[in-house]
Design a binder for this molecule. Structure first.
Ligand code: KE4
Length: 431
């Protein structure tokens, strides 16, 4: 692979952008080396600044469920921007996108659109505190909900990748209002609620964890949290920024049949443009300004370009057979990778829910953060670079997810598995 232009750009980036990036996980700290620079994308491919075509399983960290530059998304955004980029005035597209979200996601009766997943989770927590009059928030170790002060405690994604699961700069008062429990451990949840339930505004979690690798909820876990929060009149918040429209068109809450009080969304609903959303029953959402006293606002919330991209994405995704084909692509990839790893005698533990999954370099099982962080991250890094050098881009961290999209055809998966065979052979030789 040529990499002269990416090398030049990396040097320039590091002079003006902190760490050369605008989001830490992009800096390849979890796998070593330096990132390539993207120049364009087409379907399942991202093309770097040196013209190398890479099969992309990161898909902008989840949003690009239709792949890069899908014609319907490009056309929708081009038509929208030709009429103006932003108004700060209500538009019909905001209604239509909110209707699509409410149609698919069981818990959502009313929606507030924002500009990122972080804004969505930050606002949902404020709403929970405002409605309940309570301060404490319970979060799950290894879940990541964006860079919200009170949630940057034992968090996953980039914090775990960088080995700093709790960020400095968080006032002690905030951290003291956040209680953390392990994933898939109902006893730990019961203990916290039995001790402090009357002060707990909400528990927020990723119902399918996607920021410590991908870890599904164990049978009964989500149901148990639903029962606990009902008993203590705390709110259950499902952060479906990643799992929404990926594990099911109705998210994890539809797949597992557990209805939260509030849901946060992002990524797929923006089709690659900046969008977040949160929603729930009107009885909760109507506490938000301008109807209620809980304040939240945003200059570009519901902007015409993001709503156009989101609508085009959700409508294409909802067409018969599309969602299932994307999930099947990941299943085929996972089956192939598992067989190749077994042939090579390299222990891996695989997870998949819908079209998000993970290849842990770990004997297994991986049930929670402690298990995930015991993975062989050095071997993952060698896997990552071996695949990248051969034209396949997986997440630059063991603690992220692998995604497929509608452009990941059988041919693309087949080419990926050919590359994986060579990479695993190399891993074996390196031992
Ligand atoms: P954003 O603010 O990055 O749009 O969303 C934050 C967020 C909230 N909730 C969940 C479950 C998320 O996965 C995220 C963001 N995901 C990471 C990738 N694991 C974004 C990538 C990055 O930080 O650059």
């Amino acid at each position: 692979m040529k990499s002269d232009r990416s090398t030049e750009l990396w040097e320039q980036a590091n002079r003006i952008l902190v760490g050369g990036v605008n989001s830490p996980v992009r800096a390849f700290k979890g796998v070593g080396g330096r990132p390539f620079f993207a120049a364009s994308g087409r379907g399942a491919l991202v093309i770097d600044a040196d013209g190398n075509e890479l099969i992309d399983y990161v898909l902008s960290w989840g949003p690009l469920v239709l792949g890069h530059a899908h014609p319907r998304v490009v056309d929708a955004v081009q038509r929208a921007v030709a009429g103006g980029a932003s108004f700060g005035i209500p538009t019909e597209a905001e209604i239509r996108l909110a209707e699509r979200i409410a149609h698919h996601v069981p818990s959502i009766e009313k929606v507030r659109l924002v500009n990122s997943g972080t804004e969505a989770t930050m606002s949902a927590i404020r709403l929970a505190r405002g409605v309940t009059g309570r301060d404490l928030v319970v979060k799950v170790e290894g879940c990541y909900h964006g860079h919200v002060d009170s949630l940057l405690v034992k968090a996953g994604s980039g914090l775990t990748t960088l080995g700093a699961p709790t960020s400095p700069g968080i006032p002690a008062a905030h951290a003291q209002c956040t209680l953390t429990i392990p994933f898939n451990d109902l006893d730990a949840a019961r203990t916290v609620f039995d001790a402090r339930g009357g002060d707990i505004a909400c528990i927020i979690l990723e119902p399918v964890a996607g920021n410590m690798g991908v870890i599904p909820p164990e049978p009964g876990y989500l149901e148990g949290l639903r029962e606990l929060t009902r008993q203590h009149e705390s709110l259950l918040i499902f952060d479906e920024v990643m799992s929404g429209f990926r594990v099911s068109m109705g998210g994890a809450q539809e797949r597992y049949g557990v209805t939260p009080d509030l849901t946060t969304l992002g990524k797929v609903i923006g089709g690659g443009l900046p969008v977040g959303a949160y929603g729930g029953p009107a009885s909760l959402m109507d506490h938000l300004s301008p109807l209620g006293a809980v304040y939240q606002a945003g200059t570009l919330s519901g902007n015409p370009l993001a709503t156009a991209a989101g609508l085009a994405t959700l409508d294409a995704l909802a067409e018969p057979g599309v969602f299932e084909a994307i999930e099947q692509a990941l299943t085929t990839l996972g089956q192939g990778l598992g067989a190749i790893a077994r042939e090579a005698g390299i222990p891996v533990f695989q997870t998949q829910v819908g079209s998000m999954g993970c290849l842990f370099f770990h004997e297994g099982p991986v049930r929670n953060y402690a298990d995930a962080t015991a993975s062989d991250t050095a071997r993952y890094a060698r896997f990552f670079h071996g695949m990248l050098e051969r034209g396949v881009y997986f997440a630059p961290s063991q603690f992220e997810a692998c995604f497929t999209g509608s452009a990941h055809t059988d041919d693309v998966i087949g080419r990926t598995l050919d590359v994986a065979r060579a990479t695993f052979a190399e891993l074996l030789a390196a031992d």
